[in-house]
Design a protein around this ligand. Structure first.
Ligand SMILES: [Zn+2]
Ligand SMILES: [Zn+2]
Length: 420
């Protein structure tokens, strides 16, 4: 709403709280009326309104340009305050939207990012430094470089850049079955590389042993199932999280993974998460269909999104992204959060579709509408200016500092100061 903004967007559920709003023009406060709308479809006392558009008039205090509403906010979900006021004699209205969370989620922050992208360290077109700027332009709090068969660590040599951008870089690696890259498995948050172990004789021996677990498969498929099993074990030994990448990726007119093999990968192997969303909507649809089918057979896997960004013309890193709920934006907390199922996969940008647990999906739609719409343009400009600074243009350092402060201020809107 143009003339009003909330101090905080998120409040603890089932508490009486003070909702504070700032007004840009005190003359608008003369004949202002306010009403409360609970997102759960009922009035505050639980009764049903006789019209959807009806709101409950609520009292409020005005002090200078500040409006304060004392409200009991029942349950978790969306809430709004409808304000009716006059601008130049014309009656107008607008909504202030905010959200309540139960304590477990209230204590956490949403962190947005992508784990699946490639730089010039493998077959991507951007240097790691440029890719970090692009990730910040995409509005990400974190990213990872998942190079093909290569574990990289740029946390030291990109330290200054990471600080300037206010973005975190995590460890990843896209591990492949051999000789054909039939299976694509992301190792996320591991302390060392896994692909290099595939050169050891021990890998061949481990795969031969694992092949005995898949007698129902044709011999060539058996090797790929066995390799996936061994790769997942190696990832686990390195402290990483094994993610199934783009299971329905099609190229040259055929799926990369034969369906008989995909069935084994989905049903029997120890993946810890699956890329439910990718840049390819056919893949996204098929993985979802498979996921729903599997929900009857095994515990659903945590969901992730991977844009598999290579920096080619027209590719958008943010077309598939993750929002993860964690206490801190560090590798350990983020990996733990994924394991605990606190991740959602977001598909698309203009009208995003969100996948994951109901509570998280509901909250993420609120955030996409009320939080990221405000923060993303700041991140986009910050990423762009830091990218210019990389090529030697230092003229924007004050603007970069201002943007960093503005982003911090936006983040603070999700942190209401209450003791819980
Ligand atoms: Zn891949
Ligand atoms: Zn990839």
């Amino acid at each position: 709403m143009e003339h009003f903004r909330l101090k905080n967007l998120v409040y603890p559920a089932d508490r009486t709280v003070i909702v504070t709003a700032f007004c840009s023009d005190t003359s608008l406060l003369k004949n202002i009326e306010a009403g409360y709308i609970s997102g759960n479809g009922c009035h505050q006392d639980g009764s049903m309104p006789d019209s959807l558009r009806k709101f409950e008039p609520i009292p409020f205090d005005v002090c200078g340009n500040i409006l304060e509403f004392k409200l009991f906010l029942a349950g978790e979900g969306w809430h709004s305050i409808k304000l009716r006021y006059s601008v130049d004699g014309e009656s107008t209205y607008g909504y202030l939207e905010f959200y309540t969370l139960y304590d477990d989620l209230f204590k956490l922050m949403p962190y947005k990012g992508n784990f699946h992208c490639h730089t010039t360290d493998s077959d991507g077109l951007n240097t790691p430094q440029n890719a970090l700027c692009v990730a910040r332009e995409a509005g990400f709090d974190f990213t990872a470089f998942s190079e093909h068969r290569l574990y990289t660590d740029h946390t030291q040599d990109c330290d200054g850049l990471l600080n300037k951008l206010g973005i975190k870089l995590f460890h990843a690696e896209e591990v492949h079955s051999l000789p054909r890259w039939v299976c694509h498995i992301m190792s996320l948050g591991a302390s060392s590389g896994v692909s290099r172990r595939q050169d050891d004789l021990q890998y061949k021996a481990d795969v031969e042993e694992a092949e005995k677990h898949y007698p129902e498969l044709a011999p060539e498929l058996r090797s790929y199932a066995a390799q996936s099993e061994v790769i997942l074990r190696y990832i686990s030994e390195a402290g990483g999280l094994g993610v199934m990448c783009h299971p329905y990726w099609r190229q040259a007119g055929r799926f990369n993974v034969p369906e008989a093999l995909n069935n084994v990968l989905f049903e029997r192997l120890a993946f810890e998460a699956v890329e439910l969303v990718t840049a390819d909507n056919v893949n996204t649809s098929l993985v979802n269909a498979k996921y729903l089918e599997l929900a009857r057979k095994r515990e659903p896997l945590p969901v992730l999104a991977g844009s598999d960004w290579h920096g080619q013309q027209g590719e958008r890193m943010e077309c598939a992204c993750n929002i993860i709920f964690a206490s801190e934006c560090d590798e350990k907390s983020i990996v733990e959060a994924i394991r605990a199922g606190r991740s959602v996969a977001v598909s698309g940008e203009i009208s995003p579709v969100v996948f994951g647990d109901f509570r998280l999906v509901n909250y993420v739609h609120f955030l996409l509408r009320n939080f990221y719409t405000q923060r993303d343009p700041l991140c986009e400009r910050l990423g762009l200016l830091v990218l210019c600074a990389l090529s030697g243009d230092d003229s924007m350092s004050d603007e970069i500092a201002r943007l960093r402060a503005a982003i911090d201020l936006q983040n603070m809107m999700l942190k209401t100061q209450v003791s819980i």
